[in-house]
Design a protein around this ligand. Structure first.
Ligand SMILES: [Zn+2]
Length: 358
């Protein structure tokens, strides 16, 4: 008799757990189904709760079933995605998994070292202004190879970098140099701080080149947060909340920032602002080559226009813009030159280290 009761008890407990799981998932679904409900605070909460589930081994894998796929094929991601995330390409940082998120949830930009140059800034603008995500997370991670490589290069014992890497990691140099200068730390001790500083560097670099992002943040429609993902525990550490706004304030006072420009350019001319890139500003590709963006009813206006419900950008004197761009391009070229020189000396050091018998 008591054995039967025990069995019943187990069955009842299992049923209750099942109901609880169903209710929790249902709640997860409703929270993100309505575009009108998307806010920076709710988006952040969804990511935080998703990461807690992931860390606890209790992921629900929400919004990944066939009905969600069906929605993805017929509806506009701009009505559903709730966050834009910039993070590193590192294989240990699978974005949707670490936030226990699903399809049409996160607009993701991944690049080694989570740097922001032209393509990344453009992708972020797309995620914020066109996919309408109210939250941008710049997510660094522990043991980042890109930040480590730059730290080694700055400290004079880097290794050879392939042809295209110096330009890619050039934006990390200021973060590492600042960290070494201010902390007095060196080598492995400095890297965790450099990783955090690099998150803020990316936020800074984004604000410098993206007037539309600055406007969205100033209007309160978009919030920017920094975070560090721990590859060993799966835990996301959320960084100081007010830091992005103080960076924005700094950038707003910086005359070198890119200003709103040629939204009102004559038809047929490229209106987009060439990004701060290590090469001289070339023609800006108007449409992305990959088909991802063309799905559903997504609109494809990639010109540098302000968010739809914002007032049109103030037309700036064209000459002033060109001067600003020239100055920026010159700065970027200098940075790239420095990075290339560092890479060359690193390559020499490696060559010497590899063939010490000579
Ligand atoms: Zn990394």
């Amino acid at each position: 008799m008591s054995a039967v009761s025990k069995k019943n008890l187990i069955i009842i407990t299992a049923l209750l757990l099942g109901v609880l799981l169903f209710v929790t998932m249902g709640d997860e679904e409703t929270k993100v189904q309505s575009k009108d409900k998307r806010t920076p605070a709710l988006s952040l909460q969804l990511l935080q709760e998703g990461n807690e589930r992931f860390v606890d081994g209790a992921s629900l894998h929400p919004r990944t079933d066939t009905s969600r796929l069906e929605m993805a094929g017929t509806e506009n991601q701009g009505d559903y995605a709730f966050a834009t995330v910039l993070t590193c390409s590192d294989s240990r940082v699978p974005v949707e998994r670490i936030f226990d998120a699903g399809i049409m949830d996160i607009f993701v930009i991944r690049v080694a070292g989570n740097v922001v140059q032209g393509d990344e800034a453009g992708s972020i603008e797309y995620g914020l202004a066109h996919v309408h995500t109210p939250l941008l997370v710049v997510l660094g991670h522990t043991q980042c190879g890109a930040v480590t490589a730059v730290t080694n290069a700055v400290e004079g014992h880097g290794h050879a970098l392939e042809r295209n890497i110096p330009g890619l990691v050039a934006p990390i140099f200021p973060a590492v140099e600042k960290t070494l200068r201010l902390s007095g730390l060196h080598g492995a001790d400095a890297i965790p701080l450099a990783i955090e500083q690099n998150v803020w560097q990316s936020v800074h670099d984004l604000f410098m080149v993206s007037p539309s992002t600055r406007d969205l943040v100033k209007s309160g429609k978009v919030r920017v947060v920094g975070a560090i993902y721990d590859v060993a525990t799966g835990k996301v550490k959320w960084l100081k909340e007010d830091k992005p706004l103080s960076i924005l304030e700094e950038v707003e006072a910086d005359p070198a920032r890119i200003m709103p420009d040629t939204a009102a350019a004559p038809e047929g001319e490229h209106a987009a602002t060439p990004p701060a890139h290590e090469e001289a500003p070339a023609a800006v590709e108007e449409h992305p080559a990959d088909g991802d963006h063309a799905q559903g009813t997504e609109e494809l206006h990639l010109e540098a226009v302000p968010a739809a419900d914002e007032p049109a950008a103030q037309p700036e004197a064209a000459g002033q813009n060109i001067e600003e761009l020239k100055a920026l391009a010159a700065q970027a070229a200098e940075a790239a030159k420095a990075a290339a020189a560092a890479a060359e000396s690193a390559a020499k050091a490696l060559e010497e280290a590899t063939h010490p018998a000579k």
